[in-house]
Ligand binder design. Structure first.
Ligand SMILES: Cc1ncc(COP(=O)(O)O)c(C=O)c1O
Length: 363
């Protein structure tokens, strides 16, 4: 393995000691609350980290896309949930092949979408397990809780599919400016979904799984009675946004980027070889503020173009050409997807190279 100082930059580092601690902590929390942990593997898109999660007791993996599920199935993961409203007969045919080799569930939030998959499965005399996505306030996808019974009933009536349960993602937590605000979103997430499951059961529908999950809300949402499963993803790495949200401390962040100062063209400006193709353009949450934290410096990365990160140098701070810096990105999940490999380090020792195998798997 190359030494840390010889890695070509920009390079993405994952500190294994921190990663392992994050994996263990979330697994212990889930165990304490008696819920299944189904980590979202879109965060890291690697096999080694998924294996670590499985080894810590994960009940299976969540993925965002059908093609990610195919990659993980190829690698021997046999219990997968595509936590996304999948639509289309083409996807249905791929899911049919997947369902032959793994335990599979797929998200839906409409009768129309579910029907496209149901037709394929019914045509093959097979049954696909569906999870109904419920909107608990993020207002992205998902049926409103009041409509859940009506939609679930129509979906359950379709030949070729059966309802496994309900799921949600309280992404609105990322806009909360205080820890109390995040906790309130988490309580609402768990309670709304558990109530929704009860309403479905009262209407005669079987609901085996009640699945919540985001990294900021996981701890509180999984503690709500009635919740059976939790799907955090980002927690393996954490990032500058999780620190800003109060989800974790700086020392809980496993993923950083090493970059080189390639130019100091004027007083007050230094430029890195890491731009939006390395760090992504994702804003810091809950409030925008630079393009990642420059560890050990007061200055901020004020602007990005594709291959350049422009530092606004604060008085008293300085950078010289050729110097290497470490950056804690705003959003680790997007950073992992931008790179072919992650360098697994323990402190200053490079231990392994982790291929980002599901990188670009977005269909
Ligand atoms: C449906 C769904 N579940 C779970 C997650 C994981 O959330 P987080 O990245 O906050 O851990 C996401 C993230 O986008 C998601 O969209």
């Amino acid at each position: 393995m190359p030494s840390l100082h010889d890695l070509p930059t920009p390079a993405v580092l994952v500190d294994l000691s921190v990663l392992e601690r994050n994996v263990q902590r979330m697994a212990a929390r889930a165990q304490q609350h008696g819920v299944r942990l189904r980590p979202h593997a879109k965060t890291h898109k690697t096999v080694a980290i998924a294996r670590l999660q499985a080894g810590a007791g994960a009940a299976g993996l969540s993925v965002a896309k059908t093609s990610e599920a195919e990659i993980y199935a190829d690698q021997g993961f046999d219990d997968l949930f595509v936590a996304y409203p999948v639509v289309g007969q083409d996807k249905g045919r791929r899911l049919l092949r997947l369902a032959e080799r793994v335990r599979l569930a797929v998200g839906t939030d409409s009768v129309e979408g579910a029907r496209t998959l149901a037709e394929v499965f019914a045509g093959a005399s097979r049954t696909l397990e569906l999870m109904l996505k419920v909107d608990v306030g993020y207002h992205r996808v998902g049926v409103e809780p009041e409509r859940a019974v009506a939609v679930a009933r129509q979906i359950a009536d379709l030949p070729g599919v059966t309802l496994r349960g309900v799921f949600t993602h309280a992404g609105q937590a990322y806009a909360e400016e205080t820890r109390e605000g995040v906790d309130a979103v988490a309580g609402h997430e768990g309670q709304t979904l558990a109530r929704c499951a009860e309403a479905l059961r009262a209407a005669g529908l079987a609901v085996a799984e009640v699945s919540v999950g985001s990294t900021p809300t996981a701890r509180q949402a999984m503690a709500v009675t009635g919740v059976t499963e939790c799907r955090p993803g980002n927690y393996v790495f954490h990032d500058a946004s999780q620190v800003a949200l109060g989800t974790c401390q700086l020392e809980d962040c496993a993923l950083t980027v090493v970059a080189t100062v390639v130019s100091v063209p004027a007083a007050g400006r230094a430029v890195l070889d890491a731009g939006s193709k390395t760090l992504s353009s994702d804003q810091l949450r809950p409030r925008p503020g630079g393009h990642g934290i420059l560890l050990g410096h007061r200055s901020r990365i004020a602007a990005l173009s594709e291959e350049h990160g422009v530092i606004a140098v604060e008085p008293g701070d300085s950078f010289r050409v050729g110097e290497r810096v470490r950056i804690l990105p705003n959003h680790a999940c997007v950073v992992a997807n931008l790179h072919d490999r992650l360098w697994a380090v323990r402190g200053d020792v490079v231990e392994d190279e982790l291929p980002v195998v599901a990188r670009g798997r977005i269909e």
